[in-house]
Ligand binder design. Structure first.
Ligand code: CTP
Length: 447
């Protein structure tokens, strides 16, 4: 049994008084809770109340020599399994979405690598405003989870969606996510992402539309759960996820060399890279001139890195391939799964709107060796990554007091054949996610 360590961030809305009940609920389930408050929150509930209940100093200001040094703040970042912001006002959600760090809570958010859960509470007009929904969408795309606010009478006298979810709902979701935070501690994960570039001459190359986003989302989600992640990346415009060690490659041959070197020591390989299948043979070291006429390029096959990894796979290793197909993705992908000795294959039909290459969103089907394929509907790539990892590497281990029985025990294959509904990682935030995914799909956002 492990004790989940949670930082409860309280921001300044009328629902702040419920923070005391949430804190108590978390403690009853065995969590170790430290409270951080915004200055406005202290107008609604006193720090003394939350300090007395938590038995610890409450963090409010950034520079507070009386209560603790910066070293302790950093220590808190290191040892936190979940940041729960409840209630979250429009102001704190806006700050979190745009990276503003002007008090303890907002600064803490920019530094943490653990899962983050936000329980918004605000007037329904504010909640449904374009700016707020855009902020929610941005945070969801970065892997932050939300507890869907409830509908009903609001403190301002109006009715509608925006009321803080019930403390018991918030506590249950928080415990589930906190356990996720360290569920893959000790795992060595290798992830490949992005396109490859195959030179035609000294200045030109062939490549593909991969943005790298799916692989980066997988790397980030694995790292957030405590895995030691190495990301072998083709050229992308993405920043390295916090805590992930990144190796840049350009060609399929360079990617193959890195995977060959790192795979034997890894516990899992997620091959999300869009590797070129062919490359120009013997590209000249000089720039080709049009005066020499149209170049006569001979194409040679690159190494199928995934196939090679499948051949050398040890029983303890879990190998996941990706298949970008057009039409009938699941059928074609299942054949690849067997041919290449994979444990799982993630298939997407890239001919569908909002799916695959160059999109912020994805919709995939996970196929294991046994059991029915599991389809994950259109959602942000961060969300898809989290769901895939739940399915492949199992759910969180049981935590002290937590009522969930979805332990990490049992093989990934056994889990893949359980009914999908029982594996939904969080349900309360489903409609927030669906709405964000729909908005993103409508915009057809590209990167
Ligand atoms: N892949 C690889 N090495 C290659 C090409 C692809 O390791 N030279 C991996 C990709 O990273 C991905 C998976 O193979 O995980 C599927 O890629 P895809 O191009 O769909 O596979 P192919 O078997 O090459 O498919 P097809 O036969 O349809 O070309």
């Amino acid at each position: 049994m492990t004790v989940p360590r949670i930082v409860l961030g309280v921001s300044g809305g009328i629902g702040a008084y419920k923070a005391a009940e949430i804190l108590r609920g978390l403690q009853k389930e065995g969590a170790d809770v430290t409270v951080a408050m915004t200055r406005h929150a202290t107008e609604f509930i006193t720090p003394l109340t939350l300090q007395t209940l938590s038995g610890k100093p409450v963090a409010i200001e950034l520079y507070d020599t009386g209560r603790g040094s910066d070293i302790e703040h950093i220590e808190l970042v290191r040892r936190t399994d979940l940041l729960l912001v409840a209630p979250a006002t429009a102001n704190i959600v806006g700050k979190m979405a745009s990276g503003v760090a002007d008090d303890f809570l907002s600064t803490f958010f920019t530094a943490v690598k653990c899962p983050v859960l936000i329980a918004p509470a605000m007037n329904t007009r504010m909640w449904t405003s374009a700016a707020m929904q855009e902020n929610v969408r941005r945070l969801l795309a970065r892997g932050v989870a939300f507890v869907q606010p409830e509908s009903g009478p609001l403190a301002c006298g109006e009715e509608g969606e925006g009321r803080l979810a019930s403390p018991s709902t918030i506590v249950a979701q928080a415990l589930r996510l906190a356990a996720r935070g360290r569920s893959l501690a000790g795992m060595r994960a290798l992830v490949t992402a992005g396109p490859t570039r195959e030179p035609i001459d000294a200045v030109r190359f062939v490549t593909n539309r991969s943005s790298g986003r799916m692989g980066y989302a997988v790397a980030e989600a694995l790292s957030r759960r405590g895995a030691r992640v190495t990301l072998v990346s083709g050229p992308t415009s993405l920043g390295t996820p916090y805590g992930v060690s990144r190796i840049d490659i350009e060609t399929a041959a360079e990617l193959a060399a890195e995977v060959r070197r790192l795979w034997p020591e890894a516990d899992t390989l997620w091959m999300a890279a869009a590797v070129a299948d062919f490359r120009p043979d013997r590209p000249p070291k000089v720039k080709l001139s049009k005066r020499s006429g149209s170049p006569d390029i001979r194409w040679v096959a690159t190494e199928d890195v995934l196939r090679s990894a499948g051949k050398s796979k040890k029983p303890r290793q879990v190998l996941i391939g990706f298949a970008a197909e057009t039409g009938d993705a699941a059928v074609k992908a299942r054949a690849k799964l067997r041919e290449k000795n994979l444990d799982f294959i993630v298939a997407n039909d890239v001919s569908k709107p909002g799916v695959g290459f160059d999109h912020e969103t994805n919709a995939v089907t996970l196929i294991g060796r046994k059991g029915a394929p599991i389809s994950l509907g259109l959602a942000s790539k961060a969300e898809i990554a989290d769901r895939l990892i739940d399915l492949v590497h199992g759910r969180e281990p049981r935590v002290a007091g937590a009522k969930t029985k979805t332990g990490a025990a049992g093989s990934a294959r056994a889990r893949a054949s359980a009914p999908p509904a029982s594996r939904s990682p969080r349900s309360g935030d489903a409609s927030v996610r669906r709405r964000a995914a729909r908005t993103a799909a409508r915009r057809g956002s590209r990167r």
